[in-house]
Design a protein. Structure first.
Length: 335
């Protein structure tokens, strides 16, 4: 029996020069190409002479079922997604369909996931370096996710000062979600927080607009847009959006010297150990500390009660970094 194969291919932003070599090879290897009609159009030059199955938006399960049916016939199938197949792409629904059908990794049908650059990566590259510090992605589409769940995620990300990439921010029928997202962010962020809106990154109709949190809903936003909302330290200078990593907290950026009280390669004086010491000598109650730091009271109480960190600091690090320079290093353990 001929073994079939499903290749979940991430196209990246869509331009062939930004696709990985493996993605191009997988499309060339495939007997059948399955995907949303717009994504098929992006790789039209690569799929000539192949069976092409075009599907509409909202037909993700149909695409996965078609891929499984072809693979059962022994065909090699390229199921394509823009960006990365595992980021709001076809990898998830495909595995749902496969598992429902009784598939296991030991089955006759092989499955390969081929990564591609997601919208947050490609949009960030066009506007500067907005993702240099902690960030997250949230989809505003409530077609499959209840709005209260989305709202909780937005509120938590805004309160925690993440840089946030909003996917599926607005469509013809879903115009209100971006307004509600703005409302939630304004409860935690300054109105002048930098925002970049990128439409059709690396495609012919690419459009980039810099704005602020307060003004972003006045901009042109659609389903082909990704909205990048900065954190409290993000800035825009000379047309570039940058989120500092935090080097200025420890080093003089001009000279590279460490600031007073700091050590290269060690946690900040205001890092975990410094924070432990500060809250234990603050004289504040658990409730007061929880309110000030925006953390659960149970967590604060547990930290105050935990004495395990009273051991000599950096003991493990010393064992790692002070080994003989000639000591052989084996392969890293798999985790």
């Amino acid at each position: 029996m001929t073994t079939g194969k499903i290749m979940l291919v991430g196209l990246g932003p869509g331009s062939v020069e930004h696709m990985s070599g493996r993605a191009r090879a997988a499309i060339a290897e495939a007997d059948t190409i399955i995907g949303y009609v717009t994504y098929i159009r992006l790789v039209a030059d690569l799929v000539e002479g192949k069976e092409v199955v075009k599907k509409s938006m909202t037909e993700e399960l149909d695409r996965a079922i078609e891929a499984l049916d072809r693979a059962k016939q022994g065909k090699k199938v390229a199921l394509i997604s823009s960006g990365d197949a595992g980021v709001y792409g076809m990898a998830g629904p495909t595995f749902e369909v496969l598992f429902q059908a009784g598939w296991t990794p030991d089955s006759d049908i092989e499955v390969e996931i081929i990564p591609g650059a997601s919208a947050l990566n490609t949009c960030a590259a066009l506007v500067g370096a907005p993702l240099t510090h902690d960030f997250c992605a949230i989809s505003l589409s409530d077609l499959l996710t209840p709005w209260p769940a989305i709202a909780r995620r937005l509120n938590a990300a805004a309160a925690a000062d993440f840089v946030v990439a909003l996917y599926n921010p607005k469509s013809g029928r879903r115009a209100r979600q971006i307004v509600e997202a703005q409302r939630l962010f304004l409860a935690h962020r300054r109105p002048d927080t930098p925002v970049a809106i990128v439409k059709s990154a690396y495609r012919p109709k690419q459009r980039i607009e810099f704005t602020t949190l307060a003004a972003m809903t006045e901009c042109e936003i659609g389903m082909l847009s990704t909205v990048l909302i900065g954190n409290s330290n993000t800035f825009v200078r000379d047309g570039l959006m940058v989120t500092p990593r935090g080097y200025a907290n420890k080093y003089n950026v001009e000279s590279g010297d460490t600031r007073d009280g700091e050590k290269a390669g060690r946690s900040l004086s205001t890092g975990l150990d410094g924070w432990f010491a500060a809250i234990r000598t603050s004289g504040e109650t658990v409730d007061e500390l929880a309110r000030r730091h925006g953390l659960p009271t149970d967590y604060i109480a547990a930290v105050l009660a935990d004495t395990s960190d009273d051991e000599p600091a950096d003991a493990d690090e010393d064992r790692v970094f002070h080994r003989s320079p000639c000591a052989p290093c084996g392969p890293s353990p798999r985790r």
